[in-house]
Design a protein around this ligand. Sequence first.
Ligand code: CAA
Length: 463
Amino acid sequence: MSSRWPENVGIRAIEVLFPAQYVDQAELEQFDGASAGKYTIGLGQAKMGFCSDREDVNSLCLTVVSRLLERHHIKHTEIGRLEVGTETIVDKSKSVKSVLMQLFAESGNTDIEGIDTTNACYGGTAALFNALNWIESSSWDGRYALAVCADIAVYAKGAARPTGGAGAIAMLVGPQAALIFERGLRATHMEHAYDFYKPDLSSEYPTVDGKLSIQCYLSALDICYRLYRKKFEKQHPEQSQRGLQNFDAILFHTPFCKLVQKSVGRLSFNDFLLSSEQQRLEHFAGLERFNSATLESTYFDRDVEKAFLAQSAEVFASKTKKSLLLANQVGNMYTPSVYSGLVSLLIGGPAADLVGKRIGVFSYGSGLAASMYSIKVTQDVTAFEKFVAKLDYVLPLLNAREKIAPEQFSALMEVRERNNHAAPYTPTGSISALSPGTYYLKDVDALHRRSYDRTPTITNGVH
Ligand code: CAA
């Protein structure tokens, strides 16, 4: 074990999981009686992944952790900390982390710190920060940490239902990483709000104030971005006043893609408000009418929104659009959402294009907790290309999914709804629909104890 402060700490490997079944958003519009284009254009969503009663948060985490360890040939004994971020609670006491310890039983490794963290979609970022902090702390024993996030995002019938989704991400954290977290560049904002919460413990569905949730998201974005800019400019005075130009890519928590496009406009509006007279002339010509606009009065101001959407169109196209692939195709994964954006970015073009680049990340969880931070991609081209090549399974897996008609999707949602917390219970959802190497819920006994099985893996380690 080295006694030196570990260097280049960050993500050494990343694994993504999404449901094997989806519903088409254009078909869902029709089924729901919504106007054509509301979900696909208005929200920017193409497909929504969903889980039958065969999968729960435990099974998603079992699958994603197993696949990561197998794909990257990591021994179970090499893990010293495992953190889970989720808001999909199946037990008020027993952690998902403790369920994951089954995977480590055979290796005899029980010396693994970390448990679960919950605050809406922010739990994954909290888990990741805990993992990074451990590696950088005096408690670190030289082993890797794993940060896992997983959720099943389901809404009651109505306006919010098309903004559902599901998925999981596992990240192997350690020194000499491919994706390095920039020290001292985390900006956080937390406050009390009832924008989205789950007070009914018997239901999977949240209570949502849609409009307030968007206002909370945008105001947290404003605050985190301004704080990030301050911290960044203190570290890099020579790069002061460059705003979004300091990022090569910008990722966001993505409840639906349209909000992210608007968020890029919002960041550009912040840059405008923080710019000098000279900069306004150079970069924001024609926007003088907004000189006296304020952040607080413009969350839903159509003129501001339209003007800065247009002004930031090029930034969105070059720095954010690629990161929306999985969000557009799977939907809101809650805690994994922003990290699915990271995976989408990584597979969205030649790895070499990202070498040495700075990625800005905005993570948001209702209630509310939010952070903006930045990641620097390693300068080591060969190592980075290898790291990205490990994600070559993502697109084939995405394209191999099965489309389910809205009627059947709705019926499967009702099955989940009726049997949430039922015991004893044997799920009825299809096992053959699941991809190779997927853990699934076998049954729940009369004492609510859940047992799992796994679909056969493909021997070459590709799932
Ligand atoms: N063609 C094209 N666009 C159309 C259309 C059509 N036929 N019909 C409507 N639209 C547009 C609307 O104009 C609107 O776009 P703009 O806001 O740009 O004008 C968009 O489609 C959505 O329409 P509405 O605003 O009427 O939608 P709604 O009010 O019925 O529901 C919602 C939208 C509030 C986001 C709802 O889906 C919801 O509550 N979702 C869950 C909450 C959420 O995702 N909040 C996001 C921030 S909170 C967060 O980030 C945490 C989290 O993960 C939950």
